[in-house]
Design a protein around this ligand. Structure first.
Ligand code: IPM
Ligand code: MN
Length: 313
């Protein structure tokens, strides 16, 4: 918190922004539009610092993520990330070199992924509505199969075997379980039984799989958001879908997932009311405006959806 130039006390937050690849920058623009609208309404000051990371930079410099940038990013409370993944870069390089490296080096050991259906029109399950589909996955984000542990035996022979080991340490599991436990206690005071599970805590790979499935029952990748949380450090918020290269620059991609990630970021920063205002605006726009949550079928362009949500905030 600090005073702004007018000497009024305004809460101020420094946020790093990585638009990244493909449609990442487009959806990031809309998320920032909505964040600015919320900031204005709730008298917050958001200072955005853009970072040029992603496939284009990698192709130009042969470096995915310089050490100095990691050190820079540590200075922020939060990072907003659009998407990582470029068709001209071999799969894995950018994902490991940027996304996973940041999750690991910034010790974002929780990946928080809410699965909430805002309108029953968008659920593929028969007779399921917002009352049934509302849970949060707490995915361990630093261990499991993602540690890169493993190797080969008989490499280069017809009997070659690849082994990948899922390493989960006592420390890693315990801190994740404790986070999930506290989260479940805070979240569901009424102890209702929303289709059995309200909070699911799981390892890194199963968390990845389960939240892909979760995204489908909440209406698809166009609406699914997540936060990579370090409770004591720098956290990073992102739409969970990829960079969708085939839609790049057409103004058809759904920015709601990125907008929801922006809302989660404000919630994490302690701005609960502003976060709620964003979520309520998203609910209003999904219920009253958009025809579909899929790219190109919304009935509006990417920036029009951003405008609608910003106006509803
Ligand atoms: C995700 C993604 C990543 C993951 C990939 C890109 C490494 O699928 O954020 O869910 O597996 O965590
Ligand atoms: Mn995934």
């Amino acid at each position: 918190m600090r005073a702004d130039q007018n000497n009024e006390f305004m809460k101020s937050f420094d946020i790093a922004v990585i638009g990244g690849d493909g449609t990442g920058p487009e959806v990031t623009r809309e998320a920032i539009k909505v964040l600015e609208a919320a900031a204005k309404k709730f008298s917050l000051k958001l200072n955005f610092t853009p970072y040029d990371l992603g496939g284009e930079r990698y192709l130009r410099t042969k470096e995915a993520l310089p050490d100095s940038v990691v050190e820079d990013l540590r200075q922020f409370r939060a990072i907003f990330l659009g998407a990582i993944g470029h068709p001209d870069v071999k799969p894995g390089i950018l994902e490991k070199g940027i996304l996973l490296r940041l999750r690991f080096e910034l010790e974002q050991y929780i990946n928080l992924r809410p699965v909430r259906l805002y309108d029953e029109r968008f659920c593929p399950l028969k007779d399921k509505g917002p009352g049934e589909i509302d849970f949060v996955v707490v995915r361990e984000n630093n261990e499991g199969l993602y540690t890169g542990s493993g190797g080969f035996v008989f490499k280069g022979t017809p009997h070659e075997i690849a082994v990948q080991e899922s390493i989960n340490t006592r420390r890693g599991v315990e801190r994740c379980l404790r986070y999930a436990f506290e989260f479940a206690r805070k979240r569901n005071q009424e102890k209702k039984n929303p289709e059995w599970f309200d909070v699911i805590v799981t390892d890194n790979m199963f968390g990845d799989i389960i939240t892909d499935l979760g995204a489908m029952i909440q209406g698809g990748m166009g609406i699914a958001a997540g936060g990579n949380i370090n409770p004591a450090g720098t956290s990073m918020f992102e739409p969970i879908g990829g960079s969708a290269p085939k839609y790049t620059g057409q103004g058809v991609i759904n920015p709601l997932a990125a907008i929801c990630a922006g809302g989660m970021m404000l919630d994490h920063l302690g701005e609960t009311e502003a976060a709620k205002a964003i979520e309520n605006a998203v609910i209003k726009v999904t219920r009253e405006k958009v025809k579909s949550l899929a790219a190109g079928k919304m009935g509006y362009s990417t920036s029009q959806v951003g405008d609608l949500v910003a106006a509803a905030v």
